[in-house]
Design a protein around this ligand. Structure first.
Ligand code: NAI
Length: 280
């Protein structure tokens, strides 16, 4: 590893952790890939190596570095302290389980510096549930990718009410630097923007960012595969998907309000937004 390259840590080396590691390496960052068992880390590194070589062969490798150069930027470890040492950004990618994630952020809280960004990949856990009470809460944010982040660039940035605005800006700039399409949510809401796409009456995201959620996120995916195949591939099959995300899906669906009538004030408001962003 080049000691001068900025370093990031990925906590959890599963599906999303591996994809984030590849995205960061493609942007020239050093990556420490952490997991609890060595066997998983080894498997993850082998999987990344295989994928990158295939991508290079087919001319689809991201970034300006060759596959071998990118691979030399990624190392694995099973020691959390070693993983986060000297990092500018920590991307947590552990299973979607509130208690587990709280425990991990609690451990990180004890060992991180005062300027590192603590970011979670969570699909549907709210920042207030994850980060409230942490000493470093001002440095915490959700950066929710779309699976797989290597191919679909959208990332939803969701701050905790106490997140320092500079952390949101820093994360936004970092995501841009590694070729992702970040969008900013002004406040947390169940389902963020992606999973409640048409329900923006709360004003949680700008009109331009809402359109990006589709053009650089869901739209890219749905041009190739539909929602059922997506669910099946986003976990170890559909039953496992329901097992992992059932609670979150129910919460999001329950939080949808009444159906707007698309007339009067609402109709005028949508029209004004479209004029403003140049659609009409
Ligand atoms: P996964 O099950 O593939 O990977 C989770 C990894 O975390 C495993 O390698 C596991 O060994 C590791 N792990 C378990 N306990 C740990 C601990 N205490 N410390 C460190 N590592 C630990 O899960 P996946 O699909 O990668 O999801 C990770 C996160 O990303 C979840 O929060 C999920 O909601 C989110 N996400 C998932 C998407 C998907 O489609 N799969 C899309 C967007 C976000």
């Amino acid at each position: 590893m080049d000691p001068l390259q900025p370093r990031v840590a990925i906590v959890g080396s599963g599906l999303i952790g591996c994809s984030w590691a590849m995205v960061f390496a493609s942007g020239g960052f050093q990556v420490k890939l952490y997991d609890i068992v060595q066997e998983q880390v080894t498997k993850a590194l082998e999987n990344i190596s295989k994928q990158m070589k295939e991508l290079e062969k087919t001319g689809m490798l991201k970034g300006s570095l060759k596959a071998d150069q990118q691979l030399s930027l990624i190392t694995g470890c099973t020691d959390l302290k070693e993983a986060v040492e000297g990092t500018i950004h920590i991307q947590e990618c552990t299973p979607e389980n509130l208690e587990l994630k709280k425990k991990i952020f609690g451990q990180l809280d004890l060992i991180v510096s005062n300027d590192v960004v603590l970011s979670s990949s969570t699909s549907c856990l709210l920042p207030t549930k994850l980060f409230t009470g942490l000493k470093h809460v001002k440095q915490c944010i959700v950066a929710h990718p779309v699976n797989p982040p290597y191919y679909v660039p959208l990332v939803e940035l969701v701050p905790h009410p106490e997140t320092d605005p500079s952390i949101l800006e820093k994360t936004y700039a970092l995501m841009k630097k590694i070729g992702q399409s970040p969008v900013k949510l002004t406040k947390e809401i169940d389902g963020f923007a992606l999973n409640r796409l048409h329900e923006n009456k709360e004003g949680i995201i700008s009109a331009t960012d809402l359109d990006l959620v589709m053009s650089d996120g869901l739209g890219m995916r749905y041009a190739f595969i539909g929602p059922l195949e997506t669910m099946h591939l986003n976990a170890e099959g559909m039953l496992n998907y329901c097992d992992r995300y059932r609670e979150g899906m129910i919460r999001v669906l329950k939080s949808f309000g009444t159906i707007p009538d698309f007339s009067g004030e609402i109709e005028q408001k949508i029209n004004q937004v479209c004029v403003h962003i140049g659609i009409l």
